[in-house]
Design a protein around this ligand. Structure first.
Ligand SMILES: *Cc1c(COP(=O)(O)O)cnc(C)c1O
Length: 470
């Protein structure tokens, strides 16, 4: 039986327990502000429950480690984005899921079902989104170095192609001419807006590999205006960065983009779509305090309306491209505790059966996560330990200074907020097979990614005859 949050066992008076993170979960929460999926609860065995499924049982059924994706949280984020834009923007709008956060068939299919378009950044993401049902104008093809082959795929799919640079513009123009087609494009520009986030995930400042420099605008529009048979520029795009908590940079973006709009008009190019990118942050720890999806939507919608009124421009179709804030909070990763090592007077290492191969964010960005004891949710957090991964790399630490109860080998811990840039950035480092992923809802768990096998790992290996041992 699953208890509601309020009926959950009380935490010990002296020390917090893993239950503390359940307190912030309720149906009205903006998913990106909740550390745990919205369906999180605890049952009378004191186990964590997601989507009505006992996490300890899920590990028994599907193995460990395991990505557990909560359908309710993902759909709620899709719906909150859509409803907030409908409410705050008087013109047309479209939400585009930045699928690089987690691109697989099931996730793309849910977004598509919810009426959300898909942003892809490679031929592989494009093929996956199409296989999940996304078509033509519901596909936005990004990337700063799309190959000719990828551009051809985008052209054949009638995807909207977000052109990043001169090389791409010219290649696409040639491909479209050769195919006798007109490519529908958006132009990506670097807005010169700085924001406070990790250096690797800032993209909006001028010294960025992404997008045309605004100084090139006249030349770009001049080129496009002369190639109307092969390229039809319908939109402008900018993306200022990721895991952003400030609203000001997104507020400022509208004015900058509408200036570009005016430049386009001077060349007879009528811009119909303004795509402001993604970037809204999520809560990874209790000290993260991002604005809600609705607050963010209100900011970007209001600032676009203001910028258009000030310049006397009719409202364009407004697009945004959330990735992290769409799926980050919907997933947790469950691990099984293995060995432990205490270095006297220094620290205790508690090792789990995954690490940088299923979640490369800590080693890549020094990202900080929390951990819950899924198999004893109300146990006091009596220990401060280093939660270590299993990979041959000293930096393979899932969490430094993790607060946990005393745990035995075989117990289950859960790291929340692993929906974005975990599976999608995963690797087979040390030839560790990628974990399975399940989607959970109303007590039902379905596989969405099969666990890799050792056979999968050698599938692309080739053994020249001279090395064949048989
Ligand atoms: C990564 C990316 C996004 C999504 O960013 P989030 O921070 O995950 O919302 C949107 N648009 C573009 C072009 C991107 O590269």
């Amino acid at each position: 039986m699953v208890s509601t949050v309020s009926a959950a066992p009380q935490r010990s008076s002296s020390q917090a327990s893993s239950l503390q993170y359940l307190a912030e979960v309720n149906a009205d929460t903006s998913p990106n502000q909740s550390l745990l999926p919205l369906s999180a609860a605890v049952n009378d065995q004191d186990h964590l429950v997601i989507g009505g499924c006992d996490v300890v049982d899920l590990i028994q059924e599907f193995g460990s480690p395991l990505y557990i994706l909560d359908e309710q949280t993902l759909r709620t984020a899709c719906q909150q984005y859509k409803q907030s834009f409908e409410q705050h923007y008087p013109g047309e709008s479209l939400i585009v899921y930045a699928s690089k956060a987690w691109n697989c068939l099931a996730v793309c299919a849910i977004a598509t079902q919810e009426g959300i378009a898909i942003d892809v950044v490679s031929g592989g993401e494009l093929q996956t989104a199409m296989a999940a049902g996304a078509t033509g104008k519901m596909l936005y093809f990004h990337g700063n170095n799309k190959s000719a082959e990828e551009l051809q795929l985008g052209l054949e799919a009638d995807a909207r192609i977000v052109v990043d640079n001169w090389h791409e513009l010219k290649t696409l123009n040639q491909l479209a001419q050769a195919a006798g087609k007109t490519a529908t494009i958006l132009i990506r520009l670097t807005p010169g807006i700085e924001c406070h986030t990790h250096e690797y995930i800032q993209t909006g400042h001028i010294d960025s590999k992404f997008g045309f420099d605004p100084d090139q605008l006249d030349d770009v529009f001049d080129f496009i205006a002369k190639k109307t048979d092969s390229v039809n520029c319908i939109g402008l795009h900018a993306h200022i960065g990721s895991q952003i908590f400030e609203l000001q940079p997104h507020h400022d973006l509208a004015e900058v983009m509408m200036r570009w709009f005016q430049t386009a008009s001077q060349y007879g190019i009528s811009i119909q779509e303004i795509d402001i990118g993604g970037g809204l942050g999520i809560r990874y720890t209790e000290s993260d305090d991002p604005p809600s999806i609705d607050q963010w939507a209100k900011t970007v919608c209001d600032s676009m309306v203001q910028a258009c009124e000030a310049k006397d421009i009719p409202l364009p179709k407004l697009l945004c491209e959330p990735g992290r804030s769409m799926i980050g909070s919907a997933c947790v990763t469950a691990y099984t505790v293995g060995g432990q090592k205490t270095v006297p007077g220094i620290r205790t290492y508690v090792s789990v059966d995954g690490g940088m191969s299923d979640n490369p964010r800590p080693i890549t960005y020094e990202s900080v996560y929390r951990v819950l004891a899924a198999s004893k949710m109300s146990a006091p957090l009596s220990e401060t330990v280093t939660l270590a991964g299993k990979h041959c790399e000293s930096g393979d630490v899932v969490i430094h200074n993790a607060s946990l109860p005393t745990l035995e080998s075989g117990e289950i811990v859960v790291v929340p907020a692993t929906g974005a840039y975990n599976y999608s950035m995963s690797s087979n480092y040390n030839r560790v097979p990628r974990p399975a992923a399940v989607i959970v809802k109303a007590g039902q768990a379905d596989l969405i990614l099969r666990r890799e096998t050792y056979e999968d790992l050698v599938r692309h290996d080739c053994l020249p005859d001279s090395l064949n041992i048989q």
